[in-house]
Design a protein. Sequence first.
Length: 336
Amino acid sequence: MTPNTDRKSFSPLFLIGGLLMLGVFSIIGWTLELGYQAVSAGPISDAADAVVTEADVFPPTGELLVLTVIHQDINIFEILIAAADPTIDVIKKQSVRRPGETDQEYRNRVLQQMDDSNFRAVATALRYLEIEMVPLEVVINDIVEGVPAEKVLKLGDSIRTLNGTDIRNVEDLRASLDGLAVGDFVTITVDRTGSMLDLEIQLAENPDRPGVPMIGIIIGELTAPPFALDIQAGDVGGPSAGLMHTLAIIDTLTEGELTSGRVIAGTGTISLDGAVGNIGSVRQKVVAAEAAGAEFMLVPEGNYQQALTAEFETIEIVPVATLDEAIEFLQSLAAA
């Protein structure tokens, strides 16, 4: 048989070129920044282990698990892998990052959120236990535009005295203005970044109450527990452990078992009035809770429907809107 000389054979150079192009595209695929992150279940811990206090404690036998998630930047190949895993979600990076925010700025922000959450957890738990917080100082959070004080005071100033009267809370400040008139001058002593300053300020008129004097500031109270009490959660950021830390403080400071000796997981922010707020990545936290052996998982009411879409088998998901609802559920459990 005579060979067909018209058929073109593949050149080794063509094959090498194809492999090189494949290699180039692979490198681009691995290194190209797409702006997406994979969210997966992270480490867990017992909230009671984070409660540090000098008060009498009653260590729980059950567990109140704090759940975390891991955010990881991913490339196009990892997106395909994550999309095939029902326990992982792919999200836009900008959904959790502010515009132009660096990794360090983001880290600092979530750590500050944890600090704020811990303060609310302590204050809310003690309020539930009817233990009064001790007022420490009054801090200026905002200043009304156009009042004379705007030119003298600064945000963050801590007010110590007004006309020689000690100021420890909002009531002290209001009482110190009794008997004064619009246009009167007062002397306010403030702590400004460690320096004590005596400042003279003219009182303005309250726009909502004609004839009533005001300094023209929005203030906040800094308070502390009457005994050493702190949450030391390690290098974890965000506000979503608020509910569980609040429950852990209550359980640790009171006799008996809030968990009835069971393993309870949960998530949700906490506010000073006891409201439980929504959190992110609840699906991954359900996965982590079940893997840790939790029988029940407390979730914010607003996250309940999303939590039900998670990959789980036996764990019971319990929606709660307030701290009282969470405690009522726990108290309804039979002992393990």
